[in-house]
Structure formats: structure tokens, C-alpha cells
Design a protein. Structure first.
Length: 673
């Protein structure tokens, strides 16, 4: 029995105990009551009847799902049947003490009386005055449980939709609303229900799928509540479902964005009613649609499946785990040449390249990547134009070649050993696996150890369950990643802990006049976070994700009170990552000579508030010249405030200990509650 099923049975048993307690209270209350006071007796009986009925309905509503399984039906029947046999053995033992004996004829009588409860035909119960109160209790409890069993059987067969809808009243404020019922939504809902069984997952399904019995059964078996709605009706009030989290994870990204914009119109705007919208989309610059007139009580989270895959990849397999990696903990540097081979440059390849670039920026290290895809010239010809600075900064090489062809393997044979990380992301699970296994065999034939090969070759596999051989991990020569069941989880989509740190990062960025913030003013932090652009939020999230790398480098010295020299090195590492995040997202360097004298800021933004260029996209040492230029411009226009861009990176490093401390406190308080 799984943890989720066990919790369901515990809750069902709890409701059953309530019924038993009410029965005992009823017997005791009626026996102590003056039966001549008929109005009081009537009121008391009505009250107890309503209470019993409510408890019975609650039991049925909570427990009807397991009764869809034949094994549960049969198991419950056998338990009740045995209980009934025991009750009727005792019944005849008292009723006919002189003639009673355990014989075949009496056994048939016990069975007949027990079955007659399941298939009523006898009429009213026998008089039980001569029996003890304990026996009377078991006798009537057996009949009550049998009737509840019968109700569960009937409801599981004929009233599934009614009971599914009724369960919406079982959940309080912890509600998640899913638009559409695609596989990602079902995977995420399953994970949420598994970790928090008392969280309600509501699915809005198109009215066109009202007769899709298979889909309903899948969602109902999951433990979700299903509503059929007309998505074309723009007047639908989605706030009536009282959910705090809205998920738009459908394959149709246009549907996700359209429904999200429509849902925002009906969401509450009162303080204290914060709502989060999680929208899956691959549309670029889509954040512009959610900037204007967005209530501060609504927070938008935009992501795509490829971004999720890449983010999980670098979290589970950071670039610091490359073979033969050596960190100099004394000098806080990484003397290593990262050399990545990326096969495939679709959405997944694009995001993987971005995340790997950002995850491999350390003092003393060098990054280089070779990208191979047969459709480079036709599908991705714009990349060298829009991301030319990223190509130059991080030594990116692009080759248009058919992967798997003879010429490809001829080329790869002479270059394969120069790469210390190989990622296969061609868009098809089987192809990815086949190519990765072939590359692994080539490396093994050249004398590379099995573990080194596994740490080098990675295959993007969306549905790991289709490859049974992966279960024997020790025997499998490559590492697979990107399984949908692993990326569509509450931890990866909602990212509560990561966003908690990101909010602190954003707050510290805003408090630039304070060298070291002692405590986070959460009211201000939440307010500033709600006003931040989606790009700046993602930038703060990238800082949070990089903390683990900084901690690994500073393992010996720690981050509590680093001396000036070590702080400079760590700040340079952070700035390298900051540069990579911007270059990889298409932001260009605003050269010092091009910044006009009347500009008080080191960044160029277009009319839609999109960041185009930034003057700080230089080395850490060159930041001082940028600060001097901006400070001179401010002085010329009468602004006495001065900027120190190097200090921005230092301040972030100084606050890592505070971020970690606050996060640990939050996690501990959550565990204790």
C-alpha cells in the first residue's frame, strides 16, 4: 500500500470512528433521556440523525474511489461477511442456548442470515431486548456498515461524476486549478496529491470531452475533481473555484496564454488573496502581454518544458561534476576547460546550451561548446546574428551535419575524447538513446572507464519508463535525464524554496545603500517582487541556483566572513555567471564609448521595457571604469548618487549566508508544522 493510499484509509477509518462515537452517544443519550419529554426526544433524534447522515455521506464521498477496484469490493465483502457470521453465531447462542451447536445446518443459517443483510428480504430486525448492550451495538453496527458498503458499491458503479463533484466541498483553501487535462497536468497533479493529500486538484475540461469516460476515470482515479466548462465563453468566472494556484500546461501554448489572460480578468484583487499563474509557453517576449494592468495580487510564472529540462539537468548534473574536475579551494578557482558537445539544437538543445554556459563560469575556467544539427542553416540561421556576442564570449562552434551518418562518425572518432560533456538532445527518445549508446561504446573502446563514460555522455529521454534496461543503472553506460515524471513535479514547477531565495536576492539588489542587510523586511520584499519584471525575476532565480556552486568553491573558507581577497574572487565568479545569463539571453554589451553623456544608468531599454544592452557586460576588473563613466554622467546632471558596480557583486556574495539561514529557518518551521 502506498503512502497516499494509506493516508486515505486512515482518513476513512477516522470518519468511521466518528460514526461509532455518534452511535454510542445516541444509545447513551436516549437511555438517559426522560422519554415523556417527547419534543426534546424528537429534536434530539433529528439532530443525531442529521449528524449520522452527514458522517455517512462524508464517509461515502471520501471512500467511494477505492470501491471502483474489484479487489477492494471483494475484500470489504469478505470482511463484513466474517463479521456477520460472528454476530449471528452469538445471536443464536443466546436465542437458543439449549439446542445451539456448531453444525452444518446451523452454519447454513448463519450464512443465510448474513447474506440476507446484503440482499434484504426478511423485513424488520428481531427483538434484541434479552441481549447485552455490547451485542446490540455490534448487531446494528454490522447492519450500518453493510448499508454503507452497498451505497459505496452503487455509487462507484453509477454515480462517479456526482461523487467526484461533491468532493469539492471537502477541500479548504489549498486548491490548484488546472486548465486542460494533458499529460503534464496529470503528472503534476499526481505529485501534488502524493505530497499533500489534503490539497484539492481541480481540472477544467472542455465540454466537448464531457462524454470521454476514460479521461474522467483517469482524473478521478488520480484523486482530482473534474469540471466541464466552455473555454470559449469569455464571461466564465474562474474565481469561483477559489484556487490559489492556476496551471496552464497544455501542449497548445496559444490556449495556455489565452486562458491565462482570460482568467486574470476574474481573479480577486484584494490584499491577502495572492494568486499564482503557471503558464507553459515557448513564445518569446510573451511577458509583455502580462505587464500592463496586472494586479499586484497576481504573480505570473512563465516557463517551457525545455527550460524545465535544462534547469533540472544542471541541478542534478552540475558542470562542476565533469570528469577530472579539480577545484582549487585555496585560490577559489577552477582550473579547467569545459568542452561541451551538444547534438541537437531544437528547443531542448537551445535551453541546455544556455544553462550549461551559465553553470560553467568560474575564475580560471574556460568554456567551449560544439553544436551539431543538420537543420542549423535553415532553422537556426538567426542565432549567429542575434547571439553573436554570446558565440564570441563562450567559444561556440556550429556544424551542420546529419547526426548518425558516416561522415558524422568519421568526424566524431577524431574529436570525441576532447569533450568532457556530451549531451544528445535530438527530439526523439529512441534516437537519443541509440546515438548516446554508440558514443559510449566508442569511448569505452578507446579505454575510458565505465563511470567516466557515464559522467560524460547524457541522453535526453522524456519517457524513461519505455526503456526497461534503465532500471539496471549500474549496467547502463550513459546517463539519461529529462523524464517528464521528474520535471513535472511541484518542486520544479512551483519552486517555492527557490523563489523564496530569489525574493531575498531581489530585495538585497533594491537595498543598494545598505552594505549588509541584517534582516529581510518581507512586506517590502513581497511588494518589490510583485513590481519586478519577469526578466529580473529570472535573473534573481539564476543567482539562487548558482549558490550551490559558490558554496562548493568556498567549501574550506566558508561564506560567513570572507577576507577582502577571497571576497573579490567570489564576486568575480558571481559576475561571470551574471554576464553569462545576459549574453545567453541575447542581451548585448553597451560599449563604454557608446553610452551617451546624459545617461545616468548603464543599461539601454526599449519602449516595451525590454533590456537590450548593458554596460556591465564586461570583466569584473572593467566594472570600475563603467562605474566612473556613469558617476560622471550623474554629476553632470546634478545627481550626487554614485554607483559601484563591483560592490553589487560583492554585496550578493556577502548575503549568501543570510539567504541560506532564512531558507533553513523556513524549511524547519514548515517541517515542524
Amino acid at each position: 500500500m502506498t503512502k497516499n493510499n494509506f493516508s486515505k484509509w486512515v482518513s476513512n477509518s477516522y470518519v468511521l470512528l466518528i460514526i461509532i462515537a455518534v452511535l454510542i452517544a445516541s444509545v447513551y443519550g436516549l437511555s438517559c433521556m426522560n422519554v415523556r419529554c417527547k419534543p426534546a426526544l424528537y429534536l434530539y433524534s433529528i439532530f443525531l440523525s442529521c449528524l449520522l447522515l452527514t458522517a455517512g455521506v462524508a464517509t461515502v464521498a471520501v471512500a467511494y474511489r477505492p470501491f471502483k477496484k474489484g479487489s477492494v469490493k471483494i475484500g470489504a465483502f469478505l470482511l463484513l461477511f466474517i463479521y456477520g457470521i460472528v454476530v449471528y453465531v452469538r445471536y443464536y447462542e443466546v436465542k437458543e442456548p439449549c439446542t445451539f451447536s456448531i453444525s452444518f445446518s446451523y452454519l447454513l443459517v448463519f450464512i443465510d442470515n448474513t447474506l440476507s443483510v446484503f440482499f434484504p428480504s426478511r423485513g424488520a430486525y428481531e427483538e434484541l431486548k434479552e441481549y447485552s448492550p455490547v451485542f446490540q451495538f455490534h448487531f446494528y453496527l454490522f447492519h450500518l456498515l453493510t448499508y454503507i458498503y452497498g451505497a459505496l458499491i452503487l455509487l462507484s458503479l453509477f454515480a462517479g461524476k456526482m461523487m467526484n463533484r461533491f468532493q469539492q466541498y471537502y477541500y479548504g483553501k489549498k486548491r490548484c486549478l488546472f486548465f486542460g487535462a494533458g499529460e503534464p497536468s496529470k503528472l503534476l497533479a499526481r505529485d501534488i496529491i502524493k505530497n499533500a493529500p489534503h490539497t484539492g486538484c481541480f481540472f477544467l475540461v472542455s465540454e466537448k470531452q464531457k462524454d470521454d469516460r476514460e479521461l474522467f476515470e483517469q482524473l478521478d482515479e488520480l484523486g482530482a475533481i473534474v469540471f466541464h466548462v466552455d473555454f470559449e465563453d469569455e464571461k466564465t468566472n474562474y474565481a469561483r473555484y477559489k484556487a490559489s494556484r492556476y496551471f496552464f500546461l497544455d501542449e497548445d501554448q496559444d490556449f495556455n496564454v489565452r486562458m491565462a489572460l482570460q482568467a486574470v480578468q476574474s481573479l480577486p484583487t484584494k490584499k491577502g488573496t495572492e494568486t499564482h499563474l503557471y503558464i507553459r509557453t515557448e513564445m518569446e517576449r510573451i511577458d509583455n502581454f502580462f505587464r500592463e494592468d496586472m494586479p499586484q495580487t497576481v504573480e505570473i510564472h512563465l516557463f517551457n518544458q525545455s527550460d524545465l529540462t535544462a534547469r533540472c539537468f544542471v541541478s542534478e548534473h552540475p558542470m562542476l561534476d565533469c570528469p577530472e574536475m579539480k577545484i582549487n579551494h585555496e585560490t577559489l578557482s577552477v582550473d579547467y576547460d569545459f568542452n561541451l558537445l551538444l547534438l541537437g539544437f531544437g528547443w531542448a538543445g537551445w535551453e541546455l546550451l544556455k544553462k550549461c554556459i551559465c553553470d560553467a563560469q568560474f575564475k580560471g575556467s574556460r568554456f567551449e561548446a560544439t553544436v551539431i544539427d543538420e537543420a542549423l542553416e535553415t532553422k537556426y540561421g538567426d542565432y549567429p546574428v542575434l547571439y553573436d556576442e554570446c558565440i564570441r564570449e563562450y567559444n561556440l562552434n556550429f556544424i551542420a551535419e546529419t547526426i548518425g551518418s558516416k561522415s558524422f562518425y568519421e568526424w566524431i572518432t577524431g574529436h570525441l575524447e576532447s569533450f568532457n560533456r556530451i549531451i544528445v538532445a535530438l527530439g526523439d527518445d529512441k534516437t537519443n538513446m541509440d546515438i548516446a549508446l554508440t558514443l559510449a561504446r566508442i569511448l569505452q573502446a578507446n579505454g575510458k572507464s565505465g563511470q567516466d563514460v557515464k559522467d560524460t555522455v547524457f541522453a535526453h529521454v522524456r519517457e524513461k519508463k519505455n526503456f526497461g534496461c534503465y532500471k539496471k543503472k549500474d549496467m547502463f553506460p550513459v546517463t539519461v535525464f529529462g523524464d517528464m515524471e521528474e520535471i513535472y513535479t511541484e518542486n520544479e514547477i512551483v519552486r517555492e524554496s527557490a523563489d523564496y531565495v530569489a525574493k531575498m536576492v531581489n530585495y538585497v539588489y533594491g537595498q543598494y545603500k545598505i552594505p549588509l542587510v541584517k534582516a529581510i523586511d518581507w512586506k517590502t520584499a513581497e511588494s518589490e517582487w510583485s513590481k519586478a519584471s519577469l526578466f529580473n525575476k529570472d535573473s534573481s532565480r539564476a543567482v539562487a541556483q548558482n549558490m550551490e556552486n559558490i558554496y562548493r568553491i568556498a567549501r574550506k573558507t566558508g561564506l560567513e566572513n570572507p577576507d577582502r581577497e577571497k571576497l573579490e574572487i567570489l564576486a568575480e565568479n558571481e559576475h561571470r555567471r551574471w554576464n553569462a545569463f545576459h549574453f545567453a539571453n541575447g542581451i548585448r554589451q553597451w560599449k563604454l564609448s557608446d553610452i551617451p553623456d546624459d545617461c545616468e544608468k548603464g543599461k539601454l531599454i526599449d519602449s516595451n521595457k525590454n533590456l537590450l544592452k548593458h554596460g556591465c557586460l564586461v570583466s569584473f576588473a572593467e566594472l570600475q571604469a563603467v562605474s566612473e563613466k556613469i558617476n560622471l554622467n550623474r554629476k553632470n546632471v546634478g545627481n550626487p548618487e554614485e554607483e559601484d558596480y563591483q560592490e553589487v557583486d560583492r554585496r550578493i556574495i556577502r548575503h549568501f549566508s543570510l539567504f541560506t539561514q532564512m531558507l533553513n529557518q523556513k524549511n524547519n518551521s514548515k517541517t515542524n508544522t
